[in-house]
Ligand binder design. Sequence first.
Ligand code: PLP
Length: 378
Amino acid sequence: MREKIVYLDYAASTPLDPEVEAHMLPYLRAVGNPSSIHAAGRYLRAAVEEARARIATLIGADPGQIVFTSGGTEADNHALRGAVDTWAIPHILYNPTEHHAVTHTVEALAHSGRIQAHPIAVNHMGRIQLDHLEALLRRYPRSLVAVMYANNEIGTVQPVREIAQLVQQYEGYYLCDTVQVMGLGWVEVRSWPVDFLAASAHKFYGPKGVGFLYRRRPIRSLITGGAQEREQRAGTENVAGIVGLAYALEKAYQHRETYNAHLQRLKAHLVDNLRTRFPEIVFHGDLTPEGSHPGILNFRLPHTDDLILMHLDLSGVCASGTSACASGSAHPSHVLQALGIPASEARKALRFSWGRDTSEADLNQALEALQTAGLPTV
Ligand code: PLP
């Protein structure tokens, strides 16, 4: 009999928490539009505003600084395009290991001639080099800087506080994509002078298709139309999604310590066992608890072939080779290539990412599957 499916792709999307779903249901079924002034509309408006206030409290922001979006991609687009439009910013300094939501948007802005894009140097673990960022800022003060909190493919954490201070010193604007860490409860903006944050509910057990942008100051809207979201994002709000997002985030912050410890324990188990079973393994990115996401691990086994993911899938293990958004493409990961890994080796990369419901037994099943995929072992 086939063993149970082991889902190791939490960085792509987490399962919807049944409690979150239960909170969303009444709003999915409710009639009305939150912009209508009658009772049905007011009921929905109140839910949206309550969700906004709860999220703001969790991250130390004002409710007016939160704009609901369709997810992380829209939040990144809104920040980048909105900031360039609003303040006529001529230069964007960006981390080359950003998610495509950032890199492709920066490239599109550069292609249209509106900005010049400057990649920031990263080391072999994918961490940006602060002295290079400072040299760029000295040359291009008042730039827009995009450096994520934790990388979605390799988990490397960036020195986000130092980056924010440097950007402030050179009067720039800082966008930090916090999509992978918002659910770890790591984000608060009171003592962190960041200008924009992007977040997405389906990365912390909320629904897909809803997220938010935190922005310190208002910028031009990405989507034009009605006056929703204080004219910052036109379109009828995804009320059930927004309610689900706020509930999921509240739960994430409440349980953050146990959650982080659970993920970290699993990471240590996985790293130890991979090392023992496959001495030739090569890990990508930083593995240290202080320097990496506790729920993401990226590695390659030199003797694997391109079919390794298929072998795992057939053994009931859902993992990925790169970010979900790029996994349909034939290109090897831009993140791994930015670390200096040749394309032929980058193609062998596997990303395991785990979460709330993952157990050591699940990881052991994945380890067995790797072994039975015909790989050399000790
Ligand atoms: N940014 C990062 C770091 C991500 O990992 C993702 C999704 O994988 C996104 C942005 C895009 O978020 P969404 O899927 O909500 O558009």
